[in-house]
Each structure stands twice: as C-alpha cells, then as structure tokens.
Design a protein around this ligand. Structure first.
Ligand SMILES: *Cc1c(COP(=O)(O)O)cnc(C)c1O
Length: 434
C-alpha cells in the first residue's frame, strides 16, 4: 500500500540522508517523487515534470516501461538473487550473449559489475593484471585526459579530472596517474594534429611505465560535458597500438545510442581493448554495469600468476533481476528505434538551443547526439534554478555553469520543446539565479 511522503519524512531526509555530493549541515532542497511513467516524474504535490536527465543518462526508454516491468516481475517470481561464485543462471548468460554480440569483435569476455565505478575499477585491475601477467609489471600507470569523469571510487577517482575530481582532498591517498591536456577541438571543427600533441608527447616519453589509457570516447560527461573530435580518439587508438598500451573506453554514459551511434567509439571507427558500460544498460531500472575485455586480455590474465584468476567478485555480481531487466532493455535497443529517436532529438536540440547563445549570460551552446548543453558564464545556484525549472514543469539539474539535458529517447517533440524553452528561460533570468 502506498504511503505518502510527509513533511516529517522530508525533515528526516534532510537531517539523516546524504544525497549525491551534498552536505548534511547545509542540505539542498529535495523534491519527493511519487511515481514516474514515460518521460514524466510525478511529485508528491501532484506536479508532473518532464524529465530532461534520464536519471543521469540511464532511463533511456522512459519510466515504468511495460516490457521492462514484465522482465523484472517474471524474474522476481523465479529468483531474485543467488551468489555468482560457483553458480550461474540464464539471466546472466542471456545478458552476456547480448553484450558480446553488440560490442566490436575482439571484445568477448564479460565481467558483470554492480555499478559504473566498479566496472571502471575492474577495467583498471584487468589492465594492471594483464601487464603483470605478461611480465611487464613496470607498466603500472594510467594515462588519461583532463576534464574526464570515471566514477567516485578511489581508482576511478584517480583518473577523473584532477581539478574538479577531488584530487586535492585526497592527496597522498589517491594513486597519481598521468594527465594529458583535454582536447580542444569539437567534433564540428576541422581536425588539426596539434590537438593530440600533449597526449602524444606523454605516450612517447612515458609509455614504458603506462599500462593503459582510459577515457570517455568523444563525449566527456560529468567532468565538464565536453565533446571532442573523433579524430582525437582515432589517434589515441593508433598511438596506444604503437606504444603497446591498452585502451579502455568508458562508454558508461555514451553507450547504447546516446551519441547517435550504438557506442561512441564508432564515431572514430575504433575498437578499445576494454570497454565499460553501465547507466542505460538496465534501462535505468537497476544498478548494473559491465567490463568487457578482448579475448587476448582474458587469455593473458588467464595464463598469469595466482592461477590466472581475475581477482574481483562482488556479492551481488550478476544479479538476476538486474540482468533480466538489462536484457529486456537491450532488446528494445536492438529494434534500432533509438536511431531515429536520437537523431530527431539531436536535430531539435541544436535548433532550439541555438538562440541561447545570443544571450549575455551564455558562454556557449553545444549539442551532440541526444545531449544538449548550455554553458553559462556564471555558475547557477542549484536550488534557485531548480525551483524555476520545476515551476516550468521540467526536471533538469544544473551543475556549476552547466545547464544540460539528455532526455529519454521516447520524448516527444512537444515535450522536448518544453525542456528547451525552460532552459532558454533560465538563461534569460540568469542574473537572479547565480
Ligand atoms: C556515471 C559514470 C561513471 C560511474 O558510474 P556509477 O554507476 O555512478 O558508479 C563512470 N564513468 C562515466 C563516464 C560515467 O558517466
């Protein structure tokens, strides 16, 4: 039986529950959601908001989706969870079959992780264990690019942007890796080799100590919502091969169609040695991610010390509920409908956000795939901006100077217009919102 969320519940929340990146001494206001269906979140107050965030890239098919609900219900009536050590099951096998089939050819060894950050930890562990296993343990550093985001656990944090990635706070504890300058050219710029210089120089000088390169292909998400030139990624792949360094592509935000390709690596026609997926993997229903490695990596690790075991194994690894709903989500992806949906969203975002750029408060508008970003000149006050957006009937969460949307693929053109109109409105009133 549904129980309403009361004022005192909300008070409890403010005093006792940490929300993402918040202080318990100075909590930000939170809106209580009663239910969600399609592209709508319904607040306790009854207000309906059009969702512009897909719950952080995840809910690509919208909420309360009948096919996903069914998969979850049916699986829950059979078995919700069993340990994955020594046991296996159809939901995990079905999901991994789909992942092996969807990802480029050499990627065929799947590790099921319980969150994106964990899948990044596992990718890093695989890369390091690979180097140890083939007798090149001196290759134990990671090379990445600035403005990246790879998650909040320690290994993942160590390759996030060193300035906005909390490196100062944890100095002395975080492993120190190597950072190349962030790419400057955007996908629509004319390619210029100077963009890759910093990266190339780091590899030339330090490849003997580098195990792997890790980056987000083409779209840098939470580290700054930046889009870079696919040629940059192409060069990265060539240089990794030349200098005998593994390439880890973090497709956690970009995977499953968001950028207009099934995986963002396809924009540069490159194949990584290890790929991380998460977020939209389960259609936003359950926490689930995966690290998919090439056969070669799996074999080298398999011949290595310690009996060749990959040393990782979360309690909830391969959770059947999460696997079942993820397979159902990938079946929707497999229909290919996302291609038309994403390209229509992309075209409309570019057209309807363009007028923002003429406003004094706006530094830059950039769009790529079904992602629209307005970078302001001044940081937006989250609470004030959110209030205005909720009043406009939309759910968009600003972040620093960034106001951005990555809506569910199923959003209608009219609903998307409501999102872009609300963003324009924020830009018009920015002086009251900083
Ligand atoms: C969100 C994200 C992660 C972390 O995933 P969690 O499920 O939040 O741990 C890692 N990499 C990228 C690119 C992401 O967008």
């Amino acid at each position: 039986m549904y129980k309403n969320c009361t004022e005192s519940d909300l008070e409890f929340d403010q005093h006792h529950i940490w929300h993402p990146y918040t202080s318990l001494l100075n909590p930000l206001p939170c809106y209580s959601v009663k239910e969600a269906a399609g592209v709508h979140l319904t607040l306790e107050s009854g207000e309906q908001l059009i969702d512009g965030m897909s719950s952080w890239w995840a809910a690509v098919h919208g909420y309360n989706h009948p096919q996903l609900n069914n998969a979850l219900r049916e699986q829950s009536e059979r078995m919700s969870h069993v340990m994955f050590g020594g046991l296996t099951h159809k939901p995990a096998i079905e999901l991994c079959k789909r992942l092996v089939a969807m990802t480029p050819e050499p990627l065929d060894a799947v590790f099921l992780a319980d969150s994106g950050s964990v899948s990044v930890e596992v990718a890093i562990k695989m890369a390091l264990q690979y180097q140890v296993s083939r007798g090149t343990s001196h290759k134990n550093k990671l090379l990445t690019i600035r403005s990246g985001y790879h998650g909040d656990t320690f290994a993942a944090m160590s390759v996030c942007d060193p300035v906005n990635g909390m490196h100062g706070l944890f100095k002395g504890v975080l492993p120190e890796h190597i950072f190349a300058d962030a790419p400057l050219l955007s996908p629509s710029d004319e390619w210029d080799e100077s963009d890759i210089q910093s990266f190339k120089q780091h590899l030339e000088e330090q490849h003997a100590s580098i195990a792997a390169v890790i980056l987000e292909p083409v779209v840098q998400g939470a580290g700054g919502m930046r889009f870079y030139h696919p040629m940059y990624l192409k060069r990265v792949r060539e240089l990794c091969t030349e200098f005998d360094v593994l390439l880890i592509a973090d497709e956690i935000a970009t995977g499953f169609g968001r950028t207009g390709k099934l995986f963002a690596c396809e924009h540069a026609e490159v194949t990584p040695d290890i790929m991380c997926v998460g977020k939209a993997l389960s259609g936003g229903y359950m926490t689930l991610a995966a690290t998919i490695a090439s056969r070669d990596i799996a074999e080298v690790i398999g011949r290595g010390p310690g009996g060749g075991a990959l040393m990782h194994g979360p309690t909830f690894m391969g959770n059947p509920l999460a696997c079942a709903v993820a397979s159902a989500s990938l079946d929707i992806i497999a229909t290919g409908q996302w291609k038309l949906q994403v390209s229509a969203i992309a075209e409309q975002l570019a057209r309807e956000l363009a007028p923002c750029e003429a406003l004094d408060s706006v530094h830059q508008v950039r769009c790529f795939g079904a992602i629209g970003v307005v970078e302001m000149k001044e940081a937006l006050d989250v609470a004030k901006t959110q209030k205005l957006l909720v009043k406009a009937g939309v759910w968009i969460r600003p972040f620093g100077r960034l106001l951005y949307v990555m809506p569910p693929y199923i959003i209608s053109s009219a609903e998307l217009s409501q999102l872009t109109a609300a963003m324009f409105d924020v830009c018009c009133h920015a002086e009251n919102l900083s």
